[in-house]
Design a protein around this ligand. Structure first.
Ligand code: SF4
Length: 295
């Protein structure tokens, strides 16, 4: 199979097997695609669906989100994790609303200038929302391309120049095919060619896979750092504080005494409360009580 046959096989597989996520198949706006991409960073897409649906119903465009109270934005982010992303998304919405009259810009450079938008999200929006030809490079795509074309595991960390060159070299020339290519390679990486246990027996391009032919050398050894445990981390403690604040009636606060019951290590708790305050995710009142930002 040559590169073009691989693309055709993947496209057919995508047509028959793509997960029916609500931001796919032209059913939402470019802004909706961007929201889905920001929510999906470091969070599984299947977990994102209910949050995305509720979010888009409430704030269907950048303008609506731009003027929402911060406390509501943080509450609606719920348990998606890494809640600073919610505030960055709102900053992004403000710029889109004010500078671009509520329409996402259509160039890589302009998208990259938006708050919280990096190379991956800018490329994904251009490909998936605007149908432009651009190589999208995320962890799943890097893993699949590296296995299929190089026969090796991709390394952790950010994409290397060689990985970018490979992604650009194998991207189909035809614009529409390039979009399907990005979507299908990414989907294959999410559901078939997974990091630890790729389902090669169910893979539509198994016969062209250099990694499989080579006996899957070093399968799953690519992690350069171990996955961080969650239990006992600052992330867990910050999550507990935010969850307690989200459950309060709008505008009310959590007394310091009640906050101190959330975690037994008072030094760690104090540091986490301070970091949430630094990140603009909570406010500390004069008597030490905590509340979600009122702005
Ligand atoms: S054959 Fe296996 S390793 Fe190769 S692309 Fe398919 S799932 Fe991944």
């Amino acid at each position: 199979m040559n590169d073009s046959d691989i693309a055709l096989r993947l496209a057919a597989w995508w047509e028959a097997n793509a997960r029916d996520l609500p931001w796919r198949f032209g059913r939402t706006t470019p802004w909706g695609v961007l929201v889905s991409e920001v929510m999906s960073q470091q969070t599984q897409m299947s977990r994102v669906v209910p949050y995305w649906q509720a979010w888009m119903e409430r704030w269907p465009d950048a303008r609506a989100l731009a003027t929402a109270p911060k406390s509501e934005v943080i509450t609606a982010w719920g348990r998606l994790g890494y809640p600073r992303r919610a505030l960055r998304l709102q900053e992004c919405a403000r710029v889109v609303s004010e500078k671009y009259d509520d329409e996402l810009p259509r160039t890589y450079e302009a998208l990259l200038e938006l708050p919280g938008i990096g190379d991956y999200t800018a490329s994904a929006v251009l490909s998936f929302a605007f149908g432009q030809r651009i190589a999208v490079i995320d962890t799943n795509i890097r893993r699949v391309l590296s296995r299929v074309f190089l026969g090796t595991e991709s390394r952790g960390g950010s994409a290397s120049a060689a990985e970018r060159a490979l992604a650009n070299r194998v991207l189909p020339e035809a614009v529409k095919r390039s979009v399907t290519w990005n979507q299908s390679v990414m989907e294959l990486g999410a559901v078939i060619c997974t990091a630890k246990s790729p389902l090669c027996e169910a893979c539509p391009i198994a016969e062209s896979c250099t990694f499989l032919k080579a006996g899957r050398p070093g399968l799953g050894e690519k992690r350069t750092r171990p996955r961080q445990r969650f239990q006992g981390t600052d992330r867990q403690v910050r999550g507990l504080v935010l969850a307690a604040l989200r459950e309060l009636p709008a505008g009310s606060s959590l007394t310091r005494t009640d906050a101190e019951k959330l975690w037994k290590d008072s030094v760690q708790l104090g540091a986490c409360i301070a970091s949430l305050d630094d990140d603009g995710l909570i406010e500390i009142m004069q008597d030490g009580a905590l509340r979600l930002p009122q702005g």
